[in-house]
Design a binder for this molecule. Structure first.
Ligand SMILES: Nc1ncnc2c1ncn2[C@@H]1O[C@H](COP(=O)(O)OP(=O)(O)OP(=O)(O)O)[C@@H](O)[C@H]1O
Ligand SMILES: [Mg+2]
Length: 407
């Protein structure tokens, strides 16, 4: 069967260049002159890949991409953008629209052929995770105070769990109005929870939810938050409950990046969590909101023994003492994360969490060890039959600590 590519461009010369280049590589190329024409024809054409010019009169390539992504049948279709320049702004817009790759014009024919081939290869890679039956462990990261490191911890823990156990693991970004998990993992926002918002709840099934997950090179999969707050508003508590229940059927670990509130979607996530990691910074605002958080947890009936408290030094100096915080809250701090602005900002700007970029660095090791500590008991109890590189790193660190204690 030939591979079919739809090239959308308002410029006749560009359409010709793309057609000739890709026909030479053996693809069947169809063209459309503008966005509306492409959207009208796409169901009939059923392309394997779409190439979209960004600057088109009427409807630009970003809008065409966004509209395609809202159709479940095109949620995973590889889309390449042809942009006029390589600026940060263009990259972010392409990312938000859900493009998989982009090329700057003018391009070399060989590069277009190579990139198309790579995109098609990735898209046709078998879905490894289809029929896994697993007892899932759901770990929720929560704080009523913003900016305390929830997303940093959620992304690092999720990647770590995927790397340590090489088992199906999903990061769910429940921060519906401005979730940044996909950005923090450098994943194009080709799908998100927004894809599910218009589908009746009774039609949700595990395959549908699988369709909208983004795949990270480490094996982690991500259910991203919608690209804009308006779409986030369409997601209700019942959507979150159903989606999580379906993900729990097929995955060993679910990590929830929760927003800073107790609204119904957040509580839907907390209700299903086996372990809640409450995060705070060493300042009064955090102590105050954490008191309120623990009171609310009690009212909601969450078992305190399933709640861990993490103290994250998001600033350098003048913080409150650990002992004072513990006394004020009547709760032990389980882990202190030191102030480490440089590696974390670099991780943020490059979309590469510490546990990927430098798993042996102090921050990488700390996140990885925390992920191991939060892992299922039956996983921690025994050496895996085929230990991963991450598992070996953790094991070596444990041995080193044991030797130190003996001395
Ligand atoms: N231990 C730390 N040392 C230095 N900077 C940190 C530390 N932890 C987090 N940060 C920085 O604090 C900022 C907020 O972190 P992050 O986005 O993870 O928090 P959040 O709680 O998810 O915030 P939001 O309210 O935006 O959801 C980021 O710039 C991050 O790099
Ligand atoms: Mg966040």
């Amino acid at each position: 069967m030939t591979t079919r590519i739809l090239a959308v461009d308002d410029d006749a010369v560009n359409r010709k260049v793309v057609s000739v280049t890709l026909s030479k590589a053996g693809y069947e190329v169809l063209t459309a002159q503008n966005g509306p024409e492409a959207l009208e024809q796409v169901d009939d054409i059923q392309p394997n890949l779409i190439i979209l010019d960004v600057m088109m009169p009427g409807m630009d390539g970003y809008e065409v991409c966004r509209r395609l992504r809202l159709k479940p049948s095109f949620a995973r279709l590889p889309i390449m953008m042809l942009t006029a320049n390589d600026t940060l702004e263009q990259k972010i817009k392409g990312f938000e629209a859900g493009a998989d790759d982009y090329m700057v014009k003018p391009f070399q024919p060989a590069e277009l052929q190579a990139r198309v081939q790579a995109l098609l290869r990735r898209a046709s890679a078998p879905q490894k995770y289809q029929a896994v039956q697993a007892e899932s462990k759901v770990i929720a990261l929560f704080s009523l105070r913003g900016g305390v490191g929830i997303s940093t911890l959620a992304t690092n823990l999720a990647v770590s769990l995927a790397q340590i156990w090489a088992l199906p693991t999903v990061l769910v970004d429940v921060a519906l109005t401005c979730g940044q998990s996909a950005l923090m993992l450098n994943l194009p926002l080709r799908n998100s929870l927004a894809n599910l918002a218009h589908i009746p709840l009774e039609e949700f099934d595990a395959n549908l939810v699988d369709q909208v997950l983004l795949s990270h090179p480490t094996g982690l999969r991500v259910l991203a938050a919608p690209p804009d707050p308006e779409q986030g508003d369409l997601i209700k508590g019942e959507h979150i409950t159903r989606v999580l229940q379906l993900l729990m059927e097929r995955n060993h670990y679910l990590i929830l990046d929760l927003p800073h509130d107790f609204c119904e979607t957040t509580v839907a996530g907390l209700d299903l969590a086996h372990q809640i990691v409450a995060v705070m910074a060493p300042e009064m605002g955090s102590v105050y909101t954490m008191r309120h958080t623990f009171e609310t947890f009690d009212k909601l009936g969450y078992d305190r023994s399933n709640v861990s408290l993490v103290l994250n030094w998001t600033f350098g100096q003048q913080g409150l003492a650990r002992k004072d915080i513990e006394n004020a809250l009547g709760q032990r701090v389980n882990l202190v994360i030191p102030y480490a602005p440089d590696p974390l900002i670099d991780a943020l700007n490059t979309g590469t969490p510490s546990v990927v970029k430098s798993p042996d660095s102090p921050m990488g090791a700390l996140f990885e060890d925390l992920a191991f500590y939060l892992s299922k008991e039956e996983h921690r109890a025994e050496q895996p039959a085929e230990p991963t590189a991450a598992w070996k790193r953790i094991f070596q660190r444990q041995q080193k600590r044991k030797r130190k204690r003996k001395k």
